[in-house]
Design a protein. Sequence first.
Length: 129
Amino acid sequence: RRAFMVVALQDDGSVLLERRPESGVWGGLWCLPEFATATAAGAFVRASLRAAAIEPQPLSEIQHAFTHFDLAITPLLVRCSGAWAVREEGAQASLWYNIRAPARIGLPAPITTLLASLASESLFDARTA
């Protein structure tokens, strides 16, 4: 199975997270906005985010094994500024989560690893120099 996750990154180190439905994979945990295709992820970026670049930048793929299937996650990095518009098709809870000063919230293991990796990279150097 394949998923595309939008890493909407603000200059302050915050990324957009959505709370997953209680039932299903990673039920009730906070996760990056997830899409079945890169096209759908790109449409979300164009419609819902104030992004510096219209086309998200793919990051290294993440492999995660569940009991009954394997999940290949392609993170798509987008630099954002300001507020964002809520997706119309659902009233999912969302928040901006600061990866440089992470709060204690429920995150799936691969998302925790990805966010920690992003926080340790030099993504912010050009913005703060």
